[in-house]
Design a protein around this ligand. Structure first.
Ligand code: SAH
Length: 214
C-alpha cells in the first residue's frame, strides 16, 4: 500500500471541497486529510478515490461519499476518548475517520465477507477499533453505554436497543427511512435521559438489513 504525494494532493483538494460544502469542524477535516481513502477501495477505483463519490465494496454494499462521512461525523461532535458504536463497518473508512479523531470505536458489520476484509485492513493502518460480525439492530450490550452512536445504513426505524445503549448526554446519528432516500436524524439524549430529534436533510444509503439466520 502506497500513499504518495499525489494521493495527499488529491486529499487536500477533497478537504477543500468538503469545506466548501459546509463542513467546519477542523478535527473532521484533519481526519479526512489523514486517512488514505484509496486503501479502502478496490484498486480499480484508486484514481477516483478522492472524488466525492460512493463505490462498490463487495457484497452489494458501498463505501459512503466522503461528504456523508464528514457530515455524520460532524453531527456526532466527538471528543477524544468518546466511546462510539458504529453500525455498518463496511470498508472501514468511517471507522478509520472516527479512530483518527481519537474515539474508542466499536463497529458491527453483518456481511461476513466485508467484516473479514476490513478486519485485515484496519490493523495495517495502526487503528485499533473493536470489530464484530453481527446484527447492528441489537447493538453491542457488553460494551454499552456509548457516548455516541453512528448508523451508516438506511434504518427503517430507530432501533430501541440502540437508544437504550446510548449514554445520557449522548448523540446518535441515523439515516432514517426504508426507501432509496433517508432523512439524516440526530437523536440527542439529555442528562435526564429525555430524547429529542432533529432532521438534517436527505441522504442515500444502502438499507440496514433485518437480521437473518446465521
Ligand atoms: N461505513 C461504511 C458504510 C458501508 S455501507 C463505509 O464507510 O464503508 C453500510 C454497511 O452497513 C454495509 O457494509 C452493510 O453490510 C452494513 N449493514 C447493513 N445492515 C446491517 C445490520 N443490520 N447490522 C450491521 N451492519 C449492517
Amino acid at each position: 500500500m502506497i500513499d504518495n504525494f499525489r494521493h495527499k494532493g488529491l486529499r487536500k483538494q477533497l478537504v477543500a471541497e468538503l469545506e466548501e460544502k459546509g463542513i467546519k469542524q477542523q478535527a473532521v477535516l484533519d481526519a479526512i486529510m489523514a486517512v488514505p481513502r484509496h486503501y479502502f477501495l478496490d484498486p480499480v477505483f484508486t484514481k477516483q478515490a478522492y472524488s466525492n463519490m460512493a463505490f462498490q465494496i463487495g457484497a452489494g454494499q458501498t463505501i459512503s461519499h466522503p461528504y456523508t462521512v464528514a457530515f455524520q461525523t460532524e453531527l456526532l461532535e466527538l471528543s477524544k476518548g468518546d466511546k462510539v458504536l458504529e453500525i455498518g463497518t463496511g470498508s472501514g473508512f468511517q471507522t478509520a475517520v472516527l479512530c483518527e479523531i481519537g474515539a474508542k470505536v466499536y463497529s458491527i458489520e453483518r456481511q461476513k465477507e466485508l467484516f473479514l476484509k476490513t478486519k485485515q485492513l484496519i490493523p495495517k493502518l495502526n487503528y485499533t477499533p473493536k470489530l464484530r460480525y453481527g446484527d447492528g439492530y441489537k447493538g453491542w450490550p457488553s460494551f454499552a453505554p456509548f457516548d455516541k452512536i453512528i448508523i451508516t445504513c438506511g434504518a427503517p426505524y430507530i432501533p430501541e436497543d440502540l437508544v437504550n445503549q446510548l449514554k445520557n448526554g449522548g448523540r446518535m446519528v441515523i439515516p432514517l427511512g426504508d426507501g432509496k432516500v433517508q432523512e439524516m436524524i440526530l437523536l440527542v439524549k439529555n442528562e435526564a435521559g429525555e430524547i429529542s430529534q432533529k432532521s438534517f436533510g436527505k441522504f442515500s444509503f444502502v438499507p440496514m438489513l433485518k437480521e437473518t439466520a446465521k
